[in-house]
Design a protein around this ligand. Structure first.
Ligand SMILES: Cc1cc2nc3c(=O)[nH]c(=O)nc-3n(C[C@H](O)[C@H](O)[C@H](O)COP(=O)(O)OP(=O)(O)OC[C@H]3O[C@@H](n4cnc5c(N)ncnc54)[C@H](O)[C@@H]3O)c2cc1C
Length: 350
């Protein structure tokens, strides 16, 4: 009969160099002490360019509030890329993201995700959430900007008899419009929810937020409602300017950082010291994008200067903040690579 020591030597011969965690992962793909993961449970097409990816998160995930977002990590050609996505399901439901194919990561997610895949995750965050007490609401959305608002609608409308919510959603056409069938059904079923669809293809123009005419027609009491807006930058800039003029209350969620006019500057040579890599970056390329384009595994998060996941020590040179145009930097300072471009030669501890 083989001795215990022999059995253990045999076992270790089979298992080396795998760690116990590697074997645990074969049984449970979400098991990782180091990195929160999510197992994809379904992928449902929404439009020709977008899908809803539902996932079961592992330990370390917190239930999301309606309107919050999470960072999602995806490996493409061996490099892990992080992007932020709003959670489109209602509070208390299994999380899901609804992604529109646009660039590198979103296209990989939309075209390549299958049930059973594992996503890398960070817990939900963000303060674009419903007000604490029920009040008349106006949601202004365009394109994929509907996703965080859809989470709010799914949370509020079917559950609260006192809900009073008007959604004005702009998209190119009915076929491009996310969650269209579900929204029509909700509007049919719940008197506290009104849907105004603005199809730019049919109307021949965008919703005009430079004046108040379109809003007066879509939602005559819009001034009396707490307003939320999410969509492309120009749409949000116009909404913010209008609400500022009207001294109203507007909460905005942006999917991309605000870029200060004329913040271009000169660009320069960027040296990633630890990675022994040098690249030439123009004034429109962030330090984060420059590193990723060179194939480096850069730390990143929201990609719009909110979460600070990308901060990296500056060794020399100066950087320009794309949001303000301000040039700054001393050796040892931490720079947010997602909203900084090179202002001349720059060296980073990355
Ligand atoms: C808080 C937050 C929530 C988000 N929620 C969602 C969501 O629910 N669904 C979703 O599809 N995306 C969402 N995004 C955008 C997402 O994080 C990515 O920016 C987007 O998927 C593009 O990444 P990419 O790698 O495909 O494109 P990249 O290859 O990084 O960029 C491609 C180009 O597209 C531009 N671009 C990026 N996003 C947009 C946009 N929204 N509109 C116009 N141009 C853009 C970039 O500036 C770049 O020029 C959210 C972003 C944030 C910060």
């Amino acid at each position: 009969m083989p001795s215990i020591r022999l059995l253990s030597r045999l076992a270790s011969a089979f298992t080396t160099p795998r760690s116990p965690e590697d074997f645990l992962r074969l049984v449970d793909p979400l098991a990782s002490a180091r990195q929160l993961r999510g197992l994809v449970t379904s992928v449902v097409p929404e439009t020709a360019d977008s899908v809803t990816i539902r996932f079961r998160p592992g330990k370390g995930w917190n239930a999301h509030e309606a309107g919050q977002w999470a960072r999602i990590g995806v490996e493409i050609d061996g490099v892990r890329h992080w992007r932020s996505y709003s959670l489109s399901t209602g509070a208390g439901q299994d999380p899901a993201i609804t992604v529109t194919a646009m660039g590198k990561v979103s296209t990989a997610l939309v075209r390549g995700t299958r049930r059973g895949d594992v996503l890398f995750l960070a817990p939900p965050e963000g303060d674009f959430v419903l007000p604490e007490r029920p009040r008349p609401l106006l949601m202004l959305t365009a394109g994929s900007g509907l996703t965080p608002v859809m989470s709010m609608i799914r949370t509020l409308v079917p559950r609260r008899a006192d809900a009073d919510l008007v959604l004005v959603h702009s998209s190119r056409s009915p076929e491009d419009s996310l969650f269209r069938e579900e929204l029509l059904e909700l509007a049919d079923q719940f008197p506290g929810f009104r849907l105004v669809q603005w199809f730019t293809g049919e109307r021949g123009r965008r919703l005009d937020l430079a004046g108040t005419g379109d809003l007066d027609a879509a939602c005559p009491d819009w001034r009396d409602r707490a307003a939320y807006a999410c969509g492309p930058a120009e749409f949000l800039d116009a909404a913010e300017a209008l609400w500022q003029r009207e001294e109203g209350e507007l909460r905005v969620e942006r999917f991309a950082a605000v870029v200060a006019p004329g913040s271009g500057g000169e660009g320069g040579r960027v040296t990633f010291e630890k990675s022994d890599t040098e690249v030439e970056a123009d004034s429109a390329t962030t330090l984060l994008a420059a590193g990723e384009d060179a194939g480096l595994m850069m730390r990143s998060g929201c990609r719009m200067g909110i979460c600070h996941a990308c901060v990296t020590p500056l060794l020399s040179g100066q950087v320009r903040d794309t949001r303000t145009g301000e040039v700054h930097g001393e050796p040892g300072h931490l720079v947010q690579t997602c909203v900084s471009t090179a202002a001349g030669p720059v060296s980073l501890d990355a």
